[in-house]
Design a protein around this ligand. Sequence first.
Ligand SMILES: *[C@@H]1O[C@H](CO)[C@@H](O)[C@H](O)[C@H]1NC(C)=O
Length: 392
Amino acid sequence: MASPSLSSLVLFLSLFLLLSGPILQIDGLGVGINYGQIANNLPSPSRVAILLQSLQINRVKLYDADPNVLQAFANSDVEFVLGLGNEYLYNMTDPNKALTWIRTHVQSYISQTKITCITVGNEVLTGDDLQLKSYLLPAMQGVYYALGSLGLTTQVTVTTAHSIGILGNSYPPSSGSFRPDLAEYLQPMLNFHSQINSPFLINAYPFFAYKGNPDQVSLDYVLFRPNPGMTDPNTNLHYDNMLYAQIDAVYSAIKQMGHADIEVRISETGWPSKGDPDEVGATLENAAAYNGNLLRRIQRKEATPGRPSVPINVYVFALFNEDMKPGPTSERNYGLYYPDATPVYNIGLQGNLPQFYTHSSDTPRTQLVSWIILYIYFSRFFLIKDESRCKN
Ligand SMILES: *[C@@H]1O[C@H](CO)[C@@H](O)[C@H](O)[C@H]1NC(C)=O
């Protein structure tokens, strides 16, 4: 009598797990990834869609609005941040051109493909083109008003991505401030962020801080490994890694300009697995430590000491090694994956080559469900055996 009710309980549990599985998986890993395409050997977007599904990565940042990518991810769970390159800024200050761009690149896809954000320009304020800097906010506004006229501002937000170099001071984090010469651009831009409730994005690479000063900067501190860390003398907050200190320095800089209501997110961070002889720290081991430890902190929904209620929001750079990027060797070696979709190093992401082709994902949950199904299957034999014994 006990056995059938036990097996129906198991059946109920396994059905529950099976049904709840996909719902829980919508959460994914929480980490976002930059899908850069400056390469001539990357897999097709539809194969990339399969790879990302096997990795349970469902937040992707593009540097453009590649129609092939948006098409390949139709009806998927993946949320996209689209990029408008710096060469578009001038045109986006023209309301008609902004409207045409949004119609073509966002409105045409958004019923099938989730588009949640547009970054207008990349690292404009740390460049030296003064005209481009003056177009940045008007371009962001042009894109926002175009979205508004199509009724898309509740789904899609507008921002831009800055280099951490916009900070004039970053230490200690409570004294973070922007470069004084950028205030004329940043003050009205922060007012705009606040008005439209959009996040402030930073590209931050503790790798560069280490590379520039390996004798002074602790490798463990930048790689999220156990280390004494540092305590901010003004707040008594303790920092055990450089990325969190940089994020809180940006919050302080924003606060200095009168805003406490704007969220800081990391639009790029990463570590190269290879570099030129003078690129100290660019190794496979360090890249695996940086990205692996960061991934685990994201999965634990960690927050920075200064904003303990706001889990860090990060897009790792990058999905693939990109062979056509100019510059030092490190520039072509930031990828988590080689172009053939094999991992550059293991950071505990679950996708691998067979799964890349078979579409399956070997998560602990699917393993558990498999074991329960096996249990139900075999418990039937035992029940039949029991019954036959009773008859005897
Ligand atoms: C900007 O607009 C002009 C005129 O419509 C067009 O010729 C040009 O290609 C546009 N620039 C970009 C980068 O799209």
